[in-house]
Each structure stands twice: as structure tokens, then as C-alpha cells.
Design a protein around this ligand. Structure first.
Ligand code: AMP
Length: 220
């Protein structure tokens, strides 16, 4: 199964795509996570991408495509994958089509959440600077306020979750990423998913769409 999650920043793509990859034993590929780890480790790639990420801008296509391509062509991806945050514009979508060739995506899940909720979600997001574990102060807080459950580090707000950066990321989403919705709808593989509600409620909707697709494939 080859699945892609699209949706604005803060829609829950990260959470839902990890749940799905675990449930269906699929490789989870998220350039945002890969880039954040490179930044934490202070690598050359990390230094290159940091300024883009801090401004809420997209990392250049050639860099991003290379990072994702390496994973898509790895043996771990052969039995299926969940893409989270790639592609984010039409040229990345075309590059993805080229990389996948005849084994294209099975389904694209479009997580839909109203803008006011997106801004509120980003404001309550925290992350551990050491291990990268994400938290949400409203829906998934740490056991001890302000500290990571795993390593005890002080939690921080991602630079790109600051309100001014969130506004910029939403703008970039509208201009660059929204055209993908039509691109995949035209291909007949897009499924809209209501992203409002508890994590498990949304996940149940995700699974329902996947089952529907698997059923459709079985009949075709
Ligand atoms: P995310 O965790 O998916 O919200 O991504 C965090 C940041 O990583 C984005 O704001 C971009 O700066 C960068 N990034 C993630 N995915 C991509 C992509 N497909 N193309 C370009 N930049 C990306």
C-alpha cells in the first residue's frame, strides 16, 4: 500500500501517518522529521535546511527530492510506505510520479481542518529538543509539565510553530500545496478526511477510507 497524506500545517498528518504506518507495517517517510533530525545533529544538510524551516519556507526541491528518493528506493519501502509532507508542490508531485513509475500511489488522504483550529493547534504544540518526541498541551500533554516523558529535557516550541511562522506556512500551503489536491483528485485517488476531533476518531475515518480503497481495488 502506497499512501500519501496532504493537508495544511497542523492538520495532524504527522500523528495520523505514524499511526497508519505502525498499524499496516509501512515505512513512514516525512521530510520534515528527517530535516529536524539533521538540524539536531548539526549536519551539513541540517545547516542548509534550518533557515528555510525557521522562516516557514519550503526547502529547495532538489534537496528535498533527493532525500525522499533515497528512502523511496530503499528495500524498506518495497512493501509499502506512508508519505507525510511530500510532495508539497506540483514539481515535487511530478518528480514523485517519475520515481514511482508504474507503481504509483494507491490513495491520497486529504486531512481537512479549519484555519482557526490549525492556528490553535500549532500554538499548543511542543517538542523535545533532544529526542524529537512531539506533545500537544491540550490533547497530549507530558506527564510532568514542560518536561519530556522519555528523556526529561525541557520541552520547546518549534520555531515554525510560532504564530508569525504559522501564518507564513499557511500562505505557502495555499499557494504551493493546495494545487496538489486537484492534481490527485483528477487522477481519481484523492479521499477527503475530516480532521476535526480526537486522534482516534480521525484515525477511524482514515482506516475507513483505506478499507474503501482496498475494496475498490479488489473489485477493479
Ligand atoms: P513538516 O514537519 O512537514 O511541517 O515540515 C517542516 C518544514 O520542513 C517545512 O515547513 C519545510 O521547511 C520543510 N519541508 C518539509 N517537507 C518539505 C517538502 N516536501 N518540500 C520542501 N520543504 C519541506
Amino acid at each position: 500500500m502506497r499512501v500519501l497524506f496532504v493537508g495544511p500545517p497542523g492538520a495532524g498528518k504527522g500523528t495520523q501517518s505514524v499511526l497508519l504506518s505502525e498499524k499496516m507495517s509501512l515505512l513512514h517517510i516525512a521530510p520534515g522529521d528527517i530535516f529536524r533530525q539533521e538540524v539536531r545533529e548539526g549536519t551539513e544538510l541540517g545547516k542548509l535546511v534550518k533557515s528555510y524551516m525557521d522562516q516557514g519556507a519550503l526547502v529547495p526541491d532538489d534537496v528535498t527530492i533527493e532525500v525522499v528518493k533515497k528512502r523511496l528506493l530503499s528495500p524498506a519501502a518495497a512493501s509499502g510506505f506512508v508519505l507525510d509532507g511530500f510532495p508539497r508542490n506540483l514539481s515535487q508531485a511530478r518528480a514523485l510520479d517519475e520515481i514511482l513509475g508504474n507503481n504509483g500511489l494507491d490513495v491520497v488522504l486529504n486531512l481537512q481542518v479549519p484555519v482557526e483550529e490549525l492556528v490553535a493547534r500549532s500554538a499548543s504544540r511542543r517538542v523535545c529538543p533532544s529526542c524529537g518526541k512531539p506533545y500537544n498541551l491540550r490533547t497530549d500533554p507530558p506527564k510532568v509539565a514542560g518536561k519530556c516523558d522519555v528523556c526529561g529535557q525541557d520541552l520547546i516550541m518549534r520555531n515554525d510553530d510560532r504564530p508569525e511562522t504559522v501564518r507564513e506556512r499557511l500562505r505557502v500551503y495555499e499557494i504551493s500545496t493546495m494545487p496538489l489536491i486537484d492534481y490527485y483528485r483528477t487522477k481519481g485517488i484523492l479521499e477527503d478526511v475530516d480532521g476535526l476531533g480526537e486522534r482516534d476518531e480521525v484515525f477511524a475515518r482514515v482506516l475507513e477510507k483505506i478499507r474503501k480503497r482496498l475494496g475498490d481495488e479488489g473489485r477493479s
